[in-house]
Structure formats: C-alpha cells, structure tokens
Design a protein around this ligand. Structure first.
Ligand code: LIP
Length: 295
C-alpha cells in the first residue's frame, strides 16, 4: 500500500475543531448566566464591544495551541486589542476570533462564531468556524472541500443578481461619512433589486451562509483579518470567490471583502459599492511584513 504522504497541518486542524467545540461550550454557558453574559467593555467605539468571555475563550484557544505547537504564531482579536502586533509572517499562524458576533452575544442574539484560521507562507491553509448556538461546525481545508457538520457545502448556482440574496453589516464605525457610504451602497444594492439583504451580525457566519448556498454574496468594509480568515477558505472550498470591494484581489489585512458564489454576482454588487479604505490591520508593521498579505 502506498505510504500516506505526511500531512503536517491536519493534526493542527483536528485540534482546532476540538478546541472550537470546547469554546462553544463556554459561550453557551456564559449565555445561561442570568444577566446574559460577563461584563461588557468597549474598544474602538462605544458600540465596539468586548466581554470577559471573549478574552477567556481566546486564552483557552491560544494556551491549548502553545502546548501542542510551541513554534506557531498567533493573531488574535483580543491579543491585538491588548497591544500584540497584527503581522502575518510566513510562519504557521493561528488567526483567531474567539467570538465573532460579540454584540449578538451581549444581547443573546443567537448567531456567534468561534473562528480559527490557519495560515502558512501567508496563505490560509484551513479554517474552522463553529456557530455555537446553532451547533454547526464549518470546516474547510485548502484543496479538500468545505463542510458543515461533515456535510459537503456548495455555493448557490444563481447568476442573476435580481434573484440573489445579499448580506452585509453596519459595523461599529459611527463616523457620519462612513455611515453615509454604508447606506449609499446598501441603497444601490437593494435597488438593483436583489431579493433581499440580511446580516447575521457576524462576518464569518455571513460567509458560511455564502458557502452553504443560502446567500449569494456578502460584502463589508471595516471587518478585521480575524473575522474573515477562517471563513475565507470555507467560501473558496465551497466553490465561491473572494474580491476586494474595489474589484481587485482580496487582501485579508485590508479590512474590505466581497465573498460571493461566483464572479458574475460579485461584479454586479461591486459596481454598487462606495469604496472607503479603513486603516489596514497590519498598519505600522515593519516594511515587508505587509507584502503578500494573506489571500
Ligand atoms: C464583528 C464582525 C461584523 C462587524 C462587526 C464586528 P466581532 O466582529 O463579525 O461583521 O460588522 O462590527 O466587527 O467584533 O463581533 O468579532
């Protein structure tokens, strides 16, 4: 029998699935707490929320990985928020959003995703998104397909934008100029018309909806690499495509993304978008560190 080629990243992915499920148990337990969840703090704005559960879940994931893969690196939402650099080198790197949909979590709105992406040589190799309230484990390995609870995922075959469902979010930036661009884009998308516009309150779960075929396209400006890294490979392995909001190649550090079932739908939506450029996730990184940002 031919010797099975050594697959260095599968054990890391298996660990990610196990720790994401454990993190989901923490999220559900926190939601059982009488007042809904642990104390709420704010970050970049009064509506950019973080809780002790976000921080505890990220610590759980990172500490468990360090014990098994001590040479690996991390980009975690709460670690970066606490001052860790957001720089993706060629080293094996875990890109973590402990609770994608923190505002949903704070309000008990049932869409929260534990997101763990894994990049090597600045390319996302696999992604795990655990929708903790729905108990849906989304996984994808580059070249190996995308799955939800082990069931293969395939994007929608729809090519007519007038029969499409779109998804986006309003984000946490309340700058009037940004809000104007969000609503200007939304007005043009809605008026195409499309069948509807939805938002799960989680970038990753919106992208998993694209991978599942329930939504044809998701777009947003203002997200972070930890929101989308894991789900990016779930979309592409389900047959979907990723672009920048300008129509160029996606750059997961740019804070802009369009995830769609195909280029035809993506192009029709991109034509409607008022582009703006938030500060990159890796702003201020040493020269060269931004080259070849993850796709
Ligand atoms: C959220 C994203 C969402 C965005 C929110 C927030 P978080 O991530 O998933 O797409 O609109 O502003 O950034 O902060 O819940 O991990």
């Amino acid at each position: 029998m031919a010797e099975k080629s050594h697959d260095p990243w599968q054990s890391a992915m298996d660990h990610a699935v196990a720790v994401a499920r454990k993190a989901g148990e923490m999220v559900r337990a926190a939601l059982q707490v009488k007042d809904g969840c642990s104390p709420v703090q704010t970050k970049s704005s009064a509506v950019d929320l973080v809780t002790e559960t976000d921080q505890e879940v990220e610590r759980l994931i990172i500490q468990s990985v360090k014990s098994k893969f001590p040479s690996h690196r991390f980009i975690g939402e709460e670690s970066v928020s606490s001052g860790e650099p957001c720089v993706l080198t060629t080293a094996p790197t875990w890109i973590i959003d402990p609770i994608d949909g923190t505002t949903n979590f704070v309000h008990g709105y049932p869409f929260v995703g534990v997101c763990i992406g894994f990049a090597v040589n600045q390319q996302v190799e696999w992604g795990v998104v655990y929708s903790a309230i729905e108990d849906k484990m989304y996984t994808a390995r580059r070249g190996g397909g995308a799955f939800c609870n082990g069931r293969p995922l395939q994007v929608s075959p729809q090519t007519d934008v007038h029969r499409a469902m779109a998804a986006t979010e309003f984000g946490s930036n309340r700058d009037p100029d940004v809000v104007d661009k969000i609503f200007s884009s939304l007005r043009k998308v809605l008026s195409l018309p499309v069948h509807g516009v939805r938002g799960a309150g989680s970038a990753a779960l919106n992208m998993c909806a694209v991978a599942s075929g329930a939504v044809e396209v998701y777009y947003e400006t203002g997200i972070h690499v930890w929101d989308v890294a894991a789900a990016s490979v779930i979309v592409t392995e389900a047959g979907g495509v990723l672009f920048d909001t300008t129509g160029g190649a996606v750059d997961l550090m740019s804070r802009r993304i369009v995830a769609a079932n195909n280029k035809t739908i993506a192009t029709r939506i991109i034509e409607q978008l008022d582009v703006y450029r938030p500060e990159r996730d890796d702003h201020g990184a040493p020269d060269g560190a931004q080259d070849g940002a993850p796709q």
